[in-house]
Design a protein around this ligand. Structure first.
Ligand code: NAD
Ligand code: AKB
Length: 318
């Protein structure tokens, strides 16, 4: 693997749910001017990110990305630009274009500019035929277009690592729960929306069945996992480096509603499943994160109760 030519960091899709918090964490760790936030959208006037450099960048524009990385001495890219499952199923062609094309573009820039790459995968790589407690390796037969793009993203990242020595790393994030930026069109968004509805209206109409169980993680843990993986010595990482299952927690929509009701007096949740139920049903209930535990010592700090309290506290202050 060749050494990166610079030590600055580029984040694509930085205005999204993860990018908003990852940029903040990276700026705290490396200094504001070292982290260039980018997105296809112009920078909003007020972001929760600490101030620092921002550029408008379409991830499909490989030449502009390469030029930016060369001019700004970028050494690492956190590639977050993508369409999520619900939006992706509504726009399958755009989903393939942005998710596969964007990842290819970042990997090509990485090959040409000797960049390290973090490119997240998702629990959506698993299909209904996978064991419900999903192992690190199994057959990957997703039934969503979004899931297909994530399987392709992992194999592209593997290919660039094996053929060109690009240092690629990724996590199969479960549903991520946070309050600093809105969730971006995914199936697991109910586990985020429910908090806002509980605080504002005391009521939520959930779009999946009460018995829907999915793996989930609080955003603080997801950011910590991301930074830990990127800090791990490359030699510690085995063939799962492009998409690690990680230990997280798993609960049903009803269990989440019950936990919130313990904290918010009078909160009530109704359930009216829509098309997103099908996507949720095709994903695992929980993940076997033993490979990530073994290779870079990952374990989460939040459980359901701690996460619910942190979300309610954070949202109330916000
Ligand atoms: P998000 O939808 O909140 O943010 C994605 C960002 O990408 C948006 O700000 C959007 O403007 C930007 N974008 C879209 N097209 C672009 C383009 N052509 N060029 C540049 N930017 C573009 O998504 P997120 O939740 O922050 O997810 C980030 C990554 O993590 C994605 O790869 C997603 O699949 C993965 N992931 C997220 C979750 C989750 O629960 N949030 C779970 C599993 C995996
Ligand atoms: C989505 O629901 O699409 C995402 C994911 C699990 O990839 N949150």
């Amino acid at each position: 693997m060749s050494e990166p030519s610079g030590d600055r960091i580029l984040v694509t899709g930085a205005l999204g749910q993860i990018g908003t918090e990852l940029v903040e964490a990276l700026r705290q760790k490396h200094g504001s001017s070292s982290v260039i936030a980018s997105d296809i959208r112009p920078e909003p006037e007020q972001t929760s990110n600490e101030q620092g450099p921002y550029v408008v960048l379409d991830v499909l524009d490989t030449e502009s990305m390469i030029e930016l990385c060369r001019q700004e001495a970028v050494g690492t890219v956190y590639h977050l630009a993508a369409l999520l499952s619900a939006t992706g199923e509504q726009n399958p062609d755009l989903c393939r274009k942005v998710n596969v094309g964007g990842t290819k573009s970042v990997l090509e820039a990485a090959r040409q500019c000797s960049l390290r790459v973090f490119s997240p995968s998702s629990i959506a790589v698993f299909g209904p035929d996978a064991p419900k407690h999903a192992p690190q390796t199994t057959d990957f037969n997703p039934t969503t277009v979004y899931g297909e793009t994530k399987v392709i993203g992992e194999s592209l990242a593997q290919e660039y690592f094996q053929k060109y020595g690009v240092d690629t790393r990724g996590i199969r994030y479960p549903g991520l729960i946070s309050y600093k930026a809105p969730a971006g069109g995914g199936t697991t968004d109910y586990a985020v929306e429910i908090f806002d509805a509980a605080i504002r209206e005391g009521h939520y109409n959930c779009f999946v069945r009460p018995d829907t169980r999915l793996p989930m993680l609080y955003m603080d843990d997801a950011i910590r996992a991301t930074l830990m993986l990127m800090d791990a010595p490359s030699g510690n990482l085995g063939p799962s480096r492009a998409g690690y299952n990680i230990d997280c927690y798993s609960f049903t929509a009803q269990e989440l509603a019950d936990e919130i009701a313990r904290e918010v007096d009078g909160f009530q949740c109704d359930f009216s499943p829509d098309v997103r139920q099908k996507y949720a049903d095709s994903w695992p209930d929980s993940l076997d994160g033993s490979v990530a535990k073994q290779e870079w010592d990952w374990s989460p700090e939040f459980d359901l109760q701690k996460m619910v309290r942190a979300m309610l506290d954070g949202m109330t202050k916000k």
